[in-house]
Structures are given as structure tokens and as C-alpha cells.
Design a protein around this ligand. Structure first.
Ligand code: TYC
Length: 101
């Protein structure tokens, strides 16, 4: 009987890279009330009133603010949840994600 020989892949990866973390970014707009932004940050990202206020003001003054860093799927679902809360209330509030360097 003839043996079937399966050739190993030419290159075997020896290094396992950690999956990159993703930033959730709060984007400023001219319409969403400040108190609403703070409430969303508190509800979705479990921030204190002070912390949420600082993040909201940073986005308000600088245009964007990094809210938190998570694994990709968690960052994306939190950004979507927070953006949807704004949309449901008729606000253009926007959260985006991007990979960390
Ligand atoms: N700029 C908004 C206002 O003046 C408040 C605001 C802050 C909205 C941060 C979005 O990400 C934001 N009402």
C-alpha cells in the first residue's frame, strides 16, 4: 500500500501577535446637548459624572476625544450602541473606532 504524504507548509509561524486594541472615539457636533453626551458616556462606558464631563468637553473643544480602548468587537459594539442612543433621541452624536498603533 502507498502511503499518502502530506507536505508541511513551507513556513510555520512561530510568533503569535496579540490582537490589536481599538480606540472608541467621541466626535464633536454642533447639536447634541452636552448633558446628553455625558449621560451616554456614563451609561455605555460606565464613567463617573466628572470623567464623562471631561471627555465630553475635550471632544467639544478639540473635535474628538478617545473614550476608551477595547478588543475590536467590544469597541465596535459600544460605539454602535452609543451612536444609536443618540440617533434614537434625534441627535447626530457619533462614536467611531480605530485600531491602536
Ligand atoms: N458641541 C455640543 C454642544 O455645544 C456638545 C457636544 C460635545 C456634542 C461633544 C458632541 O462629542 C460631542 N451642544
Amino acid at each position: 500500500m502507498t502511503d499518502i504524504v502530506i507536505k508541511p507548509r513551507a513556513k510555520v509561524r512561530t510568533k503569535t501577535e496579540r490582537p490589536r486594541l481599538h480606540k472608541v472615539i467621541l466626535v464633536n457636533d454642533d447639536y447634541t446637548p452636552r448633558a446628553f453626551v455625558v449621560a451616554v458616556l456614563r451609561a455605555v462606558f460606565r464613567m463617573s459624572e466628572d470623567e464623562a464631563h471631561r471627555v465630553m468637553m475635550t471632544a467639544h473643544l478639540r473635535g474628538v476625544c478617545v473614550v476608551a480602548v477595547f478588543a475590536k468587537d467590544i469597541a465596535e459594539s459600544k460605539a454602535t450602541e452609543a451612536t444609536d442612543l443618540g440617533r434614537s433621541a434625534g441627535h447626530p452624536l457619533s462614536f467611531t473606532t480605530e485600531p491602536e498603533e
